[in-house]
Ligand binder design. Structure first.
Ligand SMILES: *Cc1c(COP(=O)(O)O)cnc(C)c1O
Length: 385
């Protein structure tokens, strides 16, 4: 047919401007390429962004959560409550510190932990809650902290996807207990790989600094001590310089993502996909940073598996992803007793979700092409009624 050739549209792609590239070249030429002045500047600007709270930068948004659990005083045997609908690292760090993950099913509309089910998961062993903001959509933060306070629990927020999101006008990270961000290449702000931990006070910030690099404290010209079992989690200055260049564009990035998300809703409206029952995310234009745009396929009405649906998109030069299979069904978690049927909403969503292209270098024309393609696929492979 008359398919004009379009360049392949990936589901995500970072936007690195020339100023940032030049900044990285300057760092490489400066003679100081690992953790140094760029890290200090990155931490200072991140701290300013979250209303002056202490922030430490790291080389991932996974180690930040693990260190957050240590700072919160989590011990082996403690129970940590989280959602099964997240990147597996959220639960892996719980196992890593010797604690026990306890899952709460998602709300099928928000796709986040259902806070109505949270309290009944709390036991005398519960130490903390790890909340996750899938696609950048926060949970009801007032409710979350009300429950945490009522039960004396710490909160380690996995806000990996929520940099730039807000709650009642306040930035995620500017409120709350311990907050973890990721700057992985696919996140709204990237340092290629990287992360940041927002903590409550200088004492926690000092502990975070120690955990980041072997628990070492230096004094004077030659003094050195190690009093905490830290690891190797420091961010290079090359990466920090990329992060700085990104952070300075966060408002524009979020604005562009919201515009593209709006274009998705407009394009889907009344079309074959929606008529067939394709599920759209909540239409939130106040709090979400639109980290992702995820649909849920009505697989019972399609003569296609999800993989075949993604293959149909690929044939039309459209990339897509899956975020995520419900993680309690992974082998590591099955070995710990988790099974099908335990968290039915997460399981259904995890089996049917597809992440569509959404990144700042895209146009609303791209969005319209993606939705037109999905409508076509639904017309061709759907059976209504
Ligand atoms: C990206 C991500 C992480 C981990 O971040 P890394 O920087 O890749 O370690 C954790 N949780 C969620 C929800 C994420 O999306």
């Amino acid at each position: 047919m008359t398919q004009t050739s379009r360049p392949f549209l990936p589901f995500v792609k970072p936007e690195i401007d020339e100023e940032t590239i030049q900044g990285v070249v300057d760092v490489l030429r400066s003679g100081w390429i690992t953790t140094g002045p760029q890290n200090q500047q990155f931490e200072a600007e991140l701290s300013a962004y979250v209303g002056g709270r202490p922030v430490r930068a790291f080389n991932s948004g996974t180690c930040t959560m693990e260190i957050g659990l240590h700072i919160a005083g989590v011990d082996p045997g403690d129970e940590i409550i989280t959602t099964p609908m997240t990147w597996v690292s959220t639960a892996n760090v719980i196992l890593e510190v010797g604690a026990t993950p306890v899952f709460v099913d998602i709300d099928p509309v928000t796709r986040n932990m259902n806070l109505n089910l949270l309290e009944r998961a709390i036991t005398p062993k519960t130490k903390a809650i790890m909340s996750v903001y899938l696609a950048g959509l926060p949970v009801d933060m007032d409710r979350l902290y009300e429950i945490a306070r009522a039960h004396g629990l710490r909160v380690i927020e996995d806000a990996a996807q929520a940099f730039g999101s807000t709650w009642k006008g306040k930035r995620i990270g500017a409120i709350g207990d311990i907050v973890s961000f990721s700057f992985h290449a696919n996140k709204n702000v990237t340092s290629i790989e990287g992360g940041a931990l927002v903590v409550n006070n200088e004492e926690e910030a000092e502990l975070a600094r120690k955990y980041r690099l072997q628990g070492i404290t230096r004094t004077g010209f030659d003094g050195m001590d190690c009093d905490v079992l830290g690891g190797k989690y420091n961010l290079t200055d090359v990466a920090a310089r990329v992060g700085l260049g990104q952070l300075r564009q966060i408002e524009r990035f979020t604005e562009k993502r919201r515009q593209l998300a709006r274009a998705y809703f407009d394009a889907f409206e009344g079309g074959a996909a929606v008529q067939l029952g394709v599920g759209l995310p909540p239409e939130n234009f106040t709090d979400s940073n639109w980290h992702m745009f995820q649909i849920a396929l009505p697989l019972e009405k399609l003569r296609l598996t999800r993989a075949a649906f993604m293959g149909q998109l690929k044939e039309r030069d459209i990339g897509s992803g899956v975020h995520y299979p419900a993680l309690h069904l992974f082998t590591l978690y099955r070995e710990r007793g988790f099974r099908e049927g335990m968290f039915p909403h997460a399981e259904r969503y995890g089996a049917s979700t597809v992440t569509l292209p959404l990144f700042t270098l895209m146009s609303t024309d791209d969005v319209e092409y993606v939705v037109k393609s999905i409508d076509e696929i639904c017309e061709q492979f759907g059976h209504n009624g």
